[in-house]
Design a protein around this ligand. Structure first.
Ligand SMILES: CC(C)(COP(=O)(O)OP(=O)(O)OC[C@H]1O[C@@H](n2cnc3c(N)ncnc32)[C@H](O)[C@@H]1OP(=O)(O)O)[C@@H](O)C(=O)NCCC(=O)NCCS
Length: 193
């Protein structure tokens, strides 16, 4: 797999591409930071756990067509973290989660929001998803802010494997409403005034 040609999503400051096994050292460094991993059930991941995580993620690309992507900071060329999609089955319904994780040195510059928003737009426009969600540890305020910036609102509060989480969600825009806003009538164009 050629990482350079495996671009999925671009934003002004970031490039999201499929990961490869060559990303292991950069991902392992991020996953070894206790502050970054504070809200993950796994806690910090050692190299072996990161190898297993990367394998699971590569399997996602093959099985689901989507997964978590390497987040490349364009200016520095560094792997800043990951952002992308995880498929869930919740209450018998398929849901697409937008997930994100950045190395600490990249926090606080709006990069997670930029990546998450681009993923939401991609999910609606390119993947034709009806809704996207983000599953967030109930105390992870930074992640909640990213979800809100991404147009999401609290959908459910529940527990996953014993951890209290808040699930944020946003529905795809209704194409009829979009058309209406473009006509300026506030109504879909096929309806009479
Ligand atoms: C969550 C995370 C991705 C946010 O990344 P980021 O690039 O710093 O986020 P942004 O700069 O886009 O900031 C988004 C908002 O969060 C706020 N924020 C950032 N860190 C915060 C903190 N520690 N506490 C509260 N709010 C915080 C920002 O002020 C901003 O708020 P605003 O919308 O009111 O302006 C990053 O902190 C991270 O990687 N954490 C570890 C991994 C993780 O927990 N991932 C989420 C799993 S669900």
């Amino acid at each position: 797999m050629n990482a350079k040609t495996d671009k999925v999503i671009e934003t002004p400051r970031l490039l999201m591409r499929r990961m490869t096994s060559a990303d292991l050292p950069a991902i392992a460094e991020i996953f070894a930071d206790p502050e970054v991993m504070r809200f993950y059930q796994s806690g910090v991941r050692d190299r072996a756990a990161t190898v297993a995580w990367l394998e699971r993620n590569l399997e996602r690309y093959a099985r689901e067509g989507v997964g978590l992507y390497a987040l490349i900071h364009r200016e520095s060329g560094e792997l800043a973290g990951h952002c992308g999609f995880i498929v869930w089955e919740l209450s018998g319904r398929r849901e697409l989660e937008i997930a994100y994780c950045l190395a600490k040195k990249f926090w606080g510059h709006g990069l997670a929001s930029e990546a998450a928003i681009a993923c939401r737009q991609y999910a609606f426009a390119a993947l034709d998803e009806p809704r996207v969600i983000s599953i967030i540890h109930h105390q992870n305020e930074a992640s909640k802010r990213v979800a809100i910036r991404n147009g999401m609102r609290v959908w459910r509060k529940t527990e996953i494997k014993g951890t209290p989480v808040v699930i944020y969600a946003v529905e795809a825009p209704d194409p009829a409403c979009d058309a209406a806003s473009k006509t300026g009538t506030g109504r879909p164009p096929n309806r009479s005034a």
